[in-house]
Design a protein around this ligand. Structure first.
Ligand SMILES: Nc1ncnc2c1ncn2[C@@H]1O[C@H](COP(=O)(O)OP(=O)(O)OP(=O)(O)O)[C@@H](O)[C@H]1O
Ligand SMILES: [Mg+2]
Length: 274
C-alpha cells in the first residue's frame, strides 16, 4: 500500500459506522469469551470498551483486527468484513496491544521506521511521517534511545506512533495506559482526542474510570455480553449512579454474583458438598 492509498477516504459501512458488529461471538472450546455482541462505532468517535478482567474486551478487539476468526456473527471495520477481508481490515487499522509490541533492541526512530515500512511507507513519505509522529507524540530528544530503556509513558507514546505510522482511519487501543503515570496518561488521551477530532475512530479499553468518563460513548461488557451502552452521562443516569466508576463497580458486583451462582449450580450438578 502506498501513502497516497492510505489517505484515501474511508469506505464506511451502514451510513457512517466505522466499526459495526452483529451478534459477534467467540468461543474457545466450551468457554464463550464473547456472545451476541452488536454495536456500531461512529467515525471520529472515541469509544471506550469497559469490563472486568476476562469479560471479553481483548477477544473482541482481536476479532475486529482480523487476528482471530469469529465463531459466529459478523463485523465490518472501515467498511471491510473482518471474517472475509482480513487483509484489507489490517491495512485500515492501527492496533496497540496490551503488550505494546515494541522492539526493545531497536531505537525509537528504528521502531517507527520499521512499522512504517511494514505498512508500506518508503523514502521521503516515510521520513516526513516519522518526523510528524516524533513531533506530535513528544518523542524529540529520544529518537536514538533504545525502546527497552524508555520509561512507561514514553514506551506507550512510541507504541502509539508505531501503531499509527500509516495514518489508519480506525485505531484499537487495548489498555494503552496500564502502568503509566497520571501526567503521561493525560497527555496520551489529549493526543487520542486530537486524532479523533481529525476523523480517526478510536476504540480503547481501560480500567481507569477517569479515562472512561472522557470517552464519547462507553460499552460495558460482562462475561462476554454487552450489558450497557451509552454516553458516560447516559450510563451514569441509567444506573442511578454518581459516576462512571460507580456504574463499573455496580456492574462488577453483579458480575461476581452471577459467577458465584454459576459455580454453585455447577457444584450441585457435580454433587459437590453433598
Ligand atoms: N486463546 C484463548 N484460548 C482460551 N481462552 C481464551 C483465549 N483468549 C482469551 N480466552 C479467555 O476468554 C475470556 C476473555 O478474555 P479476554 O482476554 O478477552 O478478556 P479481557 O476483558 O480483555 O480481560 P482483561 O481486562 O484481563 O484484559 C477469558 O476467560 C480468557 O481466559
Ligand atoms: Mg484484555
Amino acid at each position: 500500500m502506498t501513502a497516497s492509498q492510505s489517505s484515501v477516504a474511508v469506505p464506511v459501512a451502514d451510513g457512517g459506522a466505522a466499526i459495526d458488529t452483529r451478534a459477534l461471538r467467540k468461543a474457545f472450546g466450551t468457554l464463550v469469551a464473547v456472545e451476541g455482541l452488536t454495536l456500531a462505532v461512529k467515525r471520529g468517535e472515541v469509544f471506550g470498551l469497559l469490563g472486568p478482567n476476562g469479560s471479553g474486551k481483548t477477544t473482541t478487539i482481536r476479532m475486529l483486527c482480523g487476528l482471530l476468526a469469529p465463531s459466529a456473527g459478523a463485523a465490518t471495520v472501515a467498511g471491510f468484513d473482518v471474517g472475509t477481508e482480513g487483509e484489507q481490515v489490517r491495512r485500515k487499522i492501527g492496533y496497540m496491544s496490551q503488550k505494546y509490541g515494541l522492539y526493545d533492541d531497536l531505537t525509537v526512530i528504528e521502531n517507527i521506521s520499521f512499522y512504517g515500512t511494514i505498512y508500506g511507507l518508503h523514502g521521503s513519505t516515510r521520513a516526513a511521517r516519522i518526523a510528524t509522529l516524533v513531533r506530535e507524540l513528544d518523542l524529540e530528544g529520544r529518537i536514538n534511545q533504545y525502546a527497552g530503556t524508555l520509561s512507561g509513558g514514553l514506551k506507550q507514546r512510541l507504541a502509539l506512533a508505531c501503531a499509527t505510522a500509516h495514518e489508519p482511519p480506525v485505531v484499537f487501543l487495548d489498555e494503552p495506559t496500564a502502568g503509566v503515570d497520571p501526567a503521561s496518561r493525560r497527555r496520551f488521551w489529549e493526543i487520542i482526542h486530537t486524532m479523533a477530532r481529525r476523523g480517526t475512530t478510536i476504540l480503547a479499553t481501560t480500567h481507569y474510570m477517569d479515562e472512561a468518563a472522557r470517552c464519547d460513548r462507553l460499552a460495558f461488557m460482562s462475561r462476554g455480553h454487552l450489558i450497557a451502552l451509552g454516553t458516560p452521562d447516559e450510563v451514569t443516569k441509567q444506573f442511578g449512579a454518581m459516576s462512571v466508576e460507580e456504574v463499573f463497580i455496580q456492574l462488577q458486583h453483579q458480575d461476581e454474583r452471577k459467577s458465584e451462582m454459576g459455580k454453585r449450580k455447577s457444584n450441585v450438578g457435580q454433587g459437590v458438598g453433598r
